[in-house]
Every structure is written in C-alpha cells, then in structure tokens.
Ligand binder design. Structure first.
Ligand code: PAF
Length: 279
C-alpha cells in the first residue's frame, strides 16, 4: 500500500489507474479504525479494481472543540490495518492540504432540511462539515464507487442526496453496522467508555431492538414507543438526546401506511455520545 499526504501525490498515484480504465473505490474515514471500517474496505475491494482509503480528522464537522482535540489519531496502526485489508492507496492529508485557504472561509456544501434535524439539530454545522469534506474528497479522488457505514444513517442519506443534487456521479454504497457481541455498535468513540459506561452502553441497541420488535408485532402508537425506548435508555443510566422513528428513504416522519422505517437514536453514556439506528 502506498501512502500519500498531498493532493498532488494523490493525483499522480491515481492517474495511471484511471488511464488504464481501472475502477476506483473510495473509503473515506477519520481513522482510529475498527472492524466496521474494514468491512467497508472489503466491500470496496469487491466493487472495484483499486481501493483508496482516506484518513482525515475533519475539523469542519466537529461542533465541540474538545471533541476535535480528543479524537484519537492512530495513523500508524490504521495504515497497517488498511494495508492488511487490501487497500492500494492511503490518502492522509494535513488540514492545510484539504483547506488551503483555511477552514473558516471555505466554500461549503449544505443539504438543507435533511441536514438540520436529528444529528443536525444536536450538532449544529456537523453535516455541512461532512458534506463539504466528502464533496472535496470525491472531487480529489473522482472515484467510481464510495462506501460508507450505515451506523451513520443520516450521514449516508445526506451524502447520497449531495451526490445526486450536485451530479457527482459516484455510486454511493453502504454496509450494515458492525456490532460487538453484546450489541454495541462499533465506533471510534467507544474507546472513551470506562468499564462501567462500557457495561451500560449496549442498552442503546437493546432499547432499539425492543422498539423494533413492537413494530414488527404491529404496534403503531409511534410516540408511545419512542417514549418507552427513551425511558428504557434512561433506566440503564444513559442520557438520551433523541429516539425517533422515521421513513427509511428520506427520514420524514412516518404515516400509518409506511412500512420501510428506521429507528434512530443518540444518547450520552458517560463521556461518550453514542448514536445507533435500527432499520
Ligand atoms: O463517517 C466518517 O468517518 C466521517 O464523517 C467521514 C464520512 C469520513 C467524513 O469526514
């Protein structure tokens, strides 16, 4: 695996592959990789001739400076994991390379509506940061395919919407959430959990599973089910920010006839803010 840190080196590495007509898959990450990321790489490998991974802790998408400062930077271990998973090229740029004029004045990409609620409401500016950096990574790499995790379900829909609205022409694929044996969704932020919080954390997925089973049984009092899930999460010692049942295709509120649904939730567990969803 080749590792490059500049846009010029990225372009130079991609050029011969593109000229040879090889299909290129992109796996954007912020590093601190876990099995969920490696599942994205496996999917990318199956979909293209060349796999490019990126590691960039994007400051534009952090709503809290302390979260940005604390985010683990583990480039050496990440590079070894990506090489082992069959990545051909790793692009790990410095901030100056991605935002040469500075991040504050950079042209931004916004997906209004979809980007303003749920995660967007609790983390102002977050999705503008995500859409902007993913748009830039698409422009720098010009991949045929890009692969994202379904754990960040709202992010996935925002990237698909941006890709369609801006005619970027990338095939955006997704992979299911990878979980620990006790149900906790794998996340780069799980490392913030001490032993007691780690023991509590699977309660988020457990509450969503109970909610999902009730829907499968035909229960349709959505507000009552959302409230019951919140109470279950609180009873386990977590602090829920939202539990919300939405339509899967656009995250609109569901009507009684909607069948393709997703339950989305976010909760604080000690110092870690966990998100999860259940389609
Ligand atoms: O999901 C992530 O890790 C990030 O939001 C992404 C898509 C790499 C953009 O920085």
């Amino acid at each position: 695996m080749q590792t490059v840190h500049t846009r010029a080196a990225l372009a130079a590495a991609l050029d011969p592959w593109r000229r040879a007509g090889e299909r290129i898959a992109l796996v954007p990450t912020m590093g601190n990789l876990h099995a969920g990321h490696l599942a994205l790489v496996r999917r990318a490998r199956a979909e293209a001739d060349r796999v490019v991974a990126t590691i960039f802790v994007n400051p534009l998408q952090f709503d809290r400076p302390e979260d940005l400062a604390a985010y683990p930077r583990t480039l050496e271990a990440d590079a070894a994991a990506l090489a082992g998973a069959g990545v051909d090229l790793l692009f790990a740029p410095a901030e100056q390379e991605v935002y040469p004029r500075g991040r504050d004045g950079v042209t931004r990409v916004e997906v209004p509506g979809l980007g303003d609620e749920l995660e967007g409401a609790h983390r102002p500016g977050h999705f503008i940061g995500v859409a902007t950096v993913v748009c830039k990574l698409f422009a720098m790499t010009r991949p045929d395919v890009a692969v994202f995790g379904e754990k960040d379900f709202q992010q996935l829909l925002i990237i698909r919407t941006m890709n369609a609205d801006l005619d970027l022409g990338v095939r955006v694929l997704s992979e299911p959430t990878v979980r620990e044996p006790d149900g906790l969704a794998m996340s780069s932020r799980n490392g913030y959990l001490g032993p007691e919080d780690r023991a509590r954390a699977p309660a988020l997925h457990a509450a969503l599973s109970v909610f999902g089973e009730a829907l499968t049984r035909g229960e349709r009092d959505f507000p009552a089910l959302e409230q019951a899930a919140r109470s279950q999460i609180e009873a386990a010692g977590l602090r829920p920010e939202y539990v919300s049942l939405r339509r899967r295709q656009d995250l609109d509120l569901p009507g009684p006839g909607d069948r393709e649904l997703v339950i989305l939730a976010a909760a604080w567990c000690g110092p870690a803010r966990l998100i999860d969803n259940l389609p």
